[in-house]
Design a protein around this ligand. Sequence first.
Ligand SMILES: Nc1nc2c(ncn2[C@@H]2O[C@H](COP(=O)(O)OP(=O)(O)OP(=O)(O)O)[C@@H](O)[C@H]2O)c(=O)[nH]1
Length: 148
Amino acid sequence: MKTIEVDGIKVRIQIWDTAGQERYQTITKQYYRRAQGIFLVYDISSERSYQHIVKWASDVDEYAPDGVQKSLIGNKADEEHKRQVPKEQGLQVSGGCCVPPPPRGQDPSCTPSLASLSLSPLCTRDPNSPPAALPLSGTPKPPQSLPA
Ligand SMILES: Nc1nc2c(ncn2[C@@H]2O[C@H](COP(=O)(O)OP(=O)(O)OP(=O)(O)O)[C@@H](O)[C@H]2O)c(=O)[nH]1
């Protein structure tokens, strides 16, 4: 649980890290029901973890509330030399949003806090307004410009 300020509004965020293992899936799905935002995280050094995103996204479509904000995150971006999933591939599905990796030498555990900042503004939006990010299902958009 953490309180942060977004555009002058204090927002209290509660983040649940659900288990990835198959045997916990019955429990995991129960967390989707009341979620206002969902991070789908894959490991950029594992093509397999990226392929699993399709399954996670379909679970979210099935169990999470309609219109829930979704954000795709390529984790371990500090390990660029081990990358198996091209950046463009992740950007295509996410609609072009890119959270930079932590600076070299910095604890990678700071990544989730950067991620939460990227999602929380979406959660404070009017739920009737169109989502800022591309839904993970549907036709991928061409990648937008990459940060330098
Ligand atoms: N280099 C680097 N390592 C990371 C990063 N994020 C997590 N790790 C490491 O990756 C390993 C797996 O992390 P977990 O948080 O257990 O992964 P998980 O997907 O939550 O695992 P399950 O919940 O069991 O599915 C750990 O050794 C972490 O320290 C990152 O951004 N960079």
